[in-house]
Design a protein around this ligand. Structure first.
Ligand code: ZN
Length: 86
C-alpha cells in the first residue's frame, strides 16, 4: 500500500497537483477522468498572463465553465490530453 487514499475532491480548485494517478475531473465528488481543461485567471489574485487549470469530464464541463464564466475568470476551454501544465 504505497498509494494514499484520495479524498472525493481529488483536484482542489486552482491547484490541480495530484502526483498520483491519472488526472480527474475537478468537480466535487466526481471521479471521472478529465476530458477538458478549463484555463482561467482571477485578476484579483493573478497577473494577466497567469493561467490556472481546472479539469472536467464531459458531464461537468458546462457547470464548471459556467461557474468560472459568471465570475469573468474563464479564459479558454481546451480538450485535455496530457499532463497538467502546472
Ligand atoms: Zn466530472
Amino acid at each position: 500500500m504505497d498509494t494514499p487514499a484520495h479524498p472525493l475532491f481529488g483536484t482542489p480548485p486552482g491547484g490541480p497537483d495530484s502526483p498520483e494517478g491519472p488526472p480527474k475531473c475537478s468537480a466535487k465528488s466526481c471521479r471521472d477522468l478529465a476530458a477538458w481543461s478549463l484555463r482561467w485567471n482571477n485578476p484579483k489574485l493573478h497577473t494577466p498572463d497567469r493561467r490556472k487549470t481546472w479539469l472536467a469530464c464531459d458531464a461537468h464541463r458546462d457547470s464548471l465553465s459556467q461557474f468560472l464564466a459568471v465570475r469573468g475568470f474563464l479564459k479558454e476551454t481546451e480538450p485535455f490530453s496530457g499532463p497538467v501544465p502546472e
